[in-house]
Design a protein around this ligand. Sequence first.
Ligand code: FES
Length: 153
Amino acid sequence: MDRREMLEKSAMLVGSICLCGSIGADDPPESTCCITPEIEQECLTFNQNSIIIDLGKTVTLQKSGQAVYVDYPGKDLKMIVVREKKNRYFALSRLCTHGGQAISYVPERKKLQCNSYNHSVFNLDGSVWKGPAPNAIRSFDIISGDQRLEIFF
Ligand code: FES
């Protein structure tokens, strides 16, 4: 483990800093706390008021602790979907209410953390756990079934 990896793992354990805010804009983000994959498009079905995720077609939500970004084409819905544990999922806005930066899931803490250097932290119900974010992030109703999630908006 090199020095950078050690710092990142330490930051994750204590919940203080990550290196995303300290690297230049030209550098790709390397901190694992700030990397959330996009869900595979082939597992999505779009309805008028919901999105269905076929869990049999996705590898990005197969394990507890995983999270993915989900978008609805043509709608201003930027979601993060979290599989906290088997049959327990959450769907929330992924935009921080402080400055609109993206949010990532930190499975070790079971919290959502803003990717900006201020690092607001949110509970899985969307409420603020640590500011400076002033308000909760939007939480979407979600129904999980056999190999299927339906998220309502
Ligand atoms: S944008 Fe999230 S803490 Fe500032």
